[in-house]
Design a protein around this ligand. Structure first.
Ligand code: FAD
Length: 396
């Protein structure tokens, strides 16, 4: 029996890769550091490019069942509480991109992927298996685990996230860049969301050095609140519980209506966001990176998980196309994915600077540019990302 393809990390990226490869007939072994497979955090927005990937992974219907189909992406000015613009996500959007834009609970989405992996005979899943390093000899790769155990496979995919150990050996570019942006997340029952803000939209209130995002989740049972302040936080943090007062502090300057949204949050958790500069090399022989391990990005384009899904689909197709010749397949995969993901990384930063957080005249310019655009204009702007030949070429 051929040695399995090893995958470090059982997040959205790792499980998608496992499923994609298994469906092509390859045996895979997922090595997950945590004691159980799951996702923390709450909502996630998914563009039509993600739904195209679900179909390719054979979980289209199950993934669609977890989603709330929002009608708009709405941009509000957090100082005046006036709408700047919105993008319609209805019929014309779906017709243009062939798939919907939706929001899902991360846990629900991860659950769909996990169930499909558990049910597939070619996927094996191990928890409490932290990959700390690897060795390779031209024909196989051996993952070294924190326990001292060694696990050998035909290839290794580093899907081990922002702090990837596999990346530290493949790219060796040190720790991620701390952005200085602090994000607080909360999920509240829908009845606690102000009634006049229970919009069927992913809404962004953009203010000077801060923003607020909210949208309905889980069949409208809850609202996801994500609020961010650019407070030059110096250290990376992930999921630390914080007080309501601490969250409110960064938003004293925004409109009362926007402040009111924050007042409804509870059990806030804090993340200090990190990303990396794009790199052109993610591959070392029989080892390749995927998802946040390869191209961690700020969340301002809402595309990190979407890119991990695209990577997974592309990787599985590429390995199949190269008849199992892993090194050639990984080079090909890298070639297909680097430019597209680098563009999303860089544009995510730019969107933060020019749409989410500008102040004064910079914000007035944003408002004027965004107000002048129709939904059709936005569709044209987003075509390279959401659908059409650009996506086919980068994913297929
Ligand atoms: C505030 C915020 C909002 C976001 N919103 C969106 C959004 O709306 N839309 C979107 O598409 N994306 C969004 N993202 C990005 C998205 O969450 C990530 O891009 C995505 O989860 C990356 O998936 P991944 O599987 O590559 O990495 P991860 O989800 O980080 O998974 C990595 C897995 O590897 C495991 N692991 C780590 N180290 C090791 C090791 N050494 N050995 C073995 N296992 C290991 C971890 O335990 C984890 O299970 C957002 C991110 C943030 C921070």
């Amino acid at each position: 029996m051929a040695a399995p393809i090893l995958i470090a990390g059982g997040g959205i990226g790792g499980l998608s890769a496992a499923l994609g490869l298994a469906r092509k007939g390859f045996a895979v072994l997922v090595l997950e550091k945590a004691a159980r497979l799951g996702e923390i955090g709450a909502g996630i927005q998914l563009g039509p490019n993600a739904f195209a990937c679900f179909d390719r992974l054979g979980i289209g219907a199950a993934a669609q069942r977890t989603a709330v189909y929002i009608e708009q992406l709405r941009l509000m000015d957090a100082l005046t509480a006036e709408e700047i613009t919105h993008i319609d996500l209805g019929y014309a959007f779906r017709a243009r991109f062939g798939n919907p834009y939706a929001v899902v609970h991360r846990g629900d989405l991860h659950g769909v992927l996990l169930k499909a992996c558990e049910e597939h005979p070619k996927v094996a899943l191990r928890v409490s298996a932290e990959v700390v390093a690897y060795d390779q000899d031209g024909g196989s790769v051996t993952a070294r685990l924190a326990s001292g155990e060694r696990v050998t496979g035909s290839a290794l995919i580093g899907a081990d996230g922002l702090w990837s150990s596999v990346r530290s050996q493949v790219v060796a570019d040190g720790p991620p860049r701390v952005s200085g942006h602090t994000t607080y997340r909360s999920v509240i029952p829908t009845e606690e969301m102000p009634e006049d803000l229970r919009w069927n939209a992913a809404t962004l209130w953009a203010g000077p050095k801060c923003h607020i995002v909210h949208y309905p989740l889980s069949g409208w049972k809850v609202f996801n609140l994500v609020v961010t302040t650019h407070n030059d936080a110096p250290e990376p943090v992930a999921g630390k519980p914080v007080s309501d007062e601490e969250v409110r502090r960064g938003f004293a300057h925004v409109h009362e209506r926007a402040q009111k949204i924050i007042a409804h949050g509870r059990d806030w958790k804090l993340w200090v966001l990190c990303d990396r500069d794009p790199v052109a090399t993610w591959v070392d022989g029989r080892v390749a990176l995927l998802g946040d391990a390869a191209h961690p990005m700020l969340q301002y384009f809402a595309q990190g998980a979407c890119m991990a899904l695209e990577d997974a689909v592309c990787l599985a197709d590429t390995i199949e196309r190269h008849g199992g010749s892993v090194e050639a397949a990984f080079e090909d995969y890298q070639l297909r994915r680097v430019v597209r993901t680098a563009r999303v990384q860089l544009q995510s930063r730019a969107i933060g600077d020019h749409v989410y957080h500008p102040a004064g005249a910079h914000a007035l310019v944003r408002n004027e540019i965004m107000r002048a655009k129709t939904s059709q204009d936005f569709y044209d702007d987003l075509a390279w990302l959401y659908g059409g030949p650009g996506v086919e070429g980068a994913v297929a």
